[in-house]
Structure formats: C-alpha cells, structure tokens
Design a protein around this ligand. Structure first.
Ligand code: HEC
Length: 131
C-alpha cells in the first residue's frame, strides 16, 4: 500500500467520534417540527417499555437491551454493556444527529419491524430527558 493511502484508510477505520452537533432539546424540537405536534413523554415511555410484535422475536422491547430503567446501563444481545440512555446520567446521549438516526433506524426496525416516526422519536427523547 502506498504511504499516502494509509492515513485516510486508518481514519476511515477509526470509530466515529461523537460529532456533538446537537442536544436532546434541539432534537425534540426538530422531530416535533417534522411531525407537526408537541411531544408526549408518556407515549414515549409506553413505546419504550412496551412489548411489541412485528420485529425480531428476541427483541420485543426497547427495554430488552436498554432495561426498564434508562438511568441504568443495559446490555446488547451479545452481552456487551450499553451505557444508560437518560441524558441526566449520560450527557453524551442525543448529542450526535447521525448516531441518533442510525440507532433509531436499526433499533426501531428490530423491535417494531419498521422505522419510528418523527413523533415517536420526539416522544421517546422527551421521556428519556424527563428522567
Ligand atoms: C438489540 C438490543 C437493542 C434494542 C432492542 C434496542 N436498542 Fe437502542 N441501542 C442499542 C445499542 C447497542 C446502541 C448503541 C450503543 C450505545 O449507544 O451505547 C443503542 C443506541 C440507541 C440510541 C442512540 C442514542 C444516543 O444518542 O446515544 C437510540 C436513540 C436508541 N438506541 C433507541 C432505541 C429504541 C427507541 C429502541 C426500541 C424501539 C431500542 N433502542 C432498542 C441496542 C438496542
């Protein structure tokens, strides 16, 4: 491999640093603007803690990995620890738009078998931010 190529390749392989381009409040605002209605934290709670069908059978709920108390750490199916979801205990949460979008897409598909709507995303972040 030519030397000039090594650096870009290494950079591309490095885990993406959190861009820190947003905040829970800014995301709630953006998703609410998209959906055209105010966030309802109680609906976010019900969605997050509830059991669903339509997704993968081994992940019926967001709580399957993130636990029933988002102030505590969870666990991926592989056993890998997941940091708490509530921004009050984990200030890194909901600060990187691309990261947030990527995981909403992946996890809503796993649990619900579809993507979450803008309304649902606003509801979930609003609930997590209230903890
Ligand atoms: C199969 C396990 C699993 C399930 C089920 C799951 N998640 Fe996650 N989630 C993860 C992992 C792993 C990460 C990435 C690692 C991390 O952020 O700590 C993550 C990260 C996230 C993030 C990124 C937040 C941020 O800004 O850091 C969001 C949003 C999220 N999940 C939402 C959800 C929602 C909503 C559900 C239910 C619809 C859900 N997750 C269900 C494993 C899961």
């Amino acid at each position: 491999m030519k030397k000039a190529l090594i650096l870009p390749v290494l950079l591309a392989m490095a885990p993406p640093a959190l861009a820190g381009d947003t905040s829970p409040g800014a995301l709630i605002e953006a998703y609410s603007a998209q959906s055209g209605s105010a966030p309802v934290p109680e609906n976010g709670k019900a969605l997050f803690l509830g059991k669903h069908v339509g997704g993968k059978p081994d992940t019926p709920s967001c709580a399957t990995c993130h636990t029933n108390d988002p102030r505590k750490g969870g666990q991926a199916r592989t056993g890998k620890p997941i940091d708490p979801m509530a921004p009050s205990v984990n200030p890194k949460r909901f600060t990187d738009t691309r990261f947030v979008e990527k995981w909403f897409r992946r996890n809503c598909n796993s649990v619900l078998g579809r993507e979450c709507s803008a309304q649902e995303k606003a509801d979930i972040i609003a609930w997590l931010s209230s903890l």
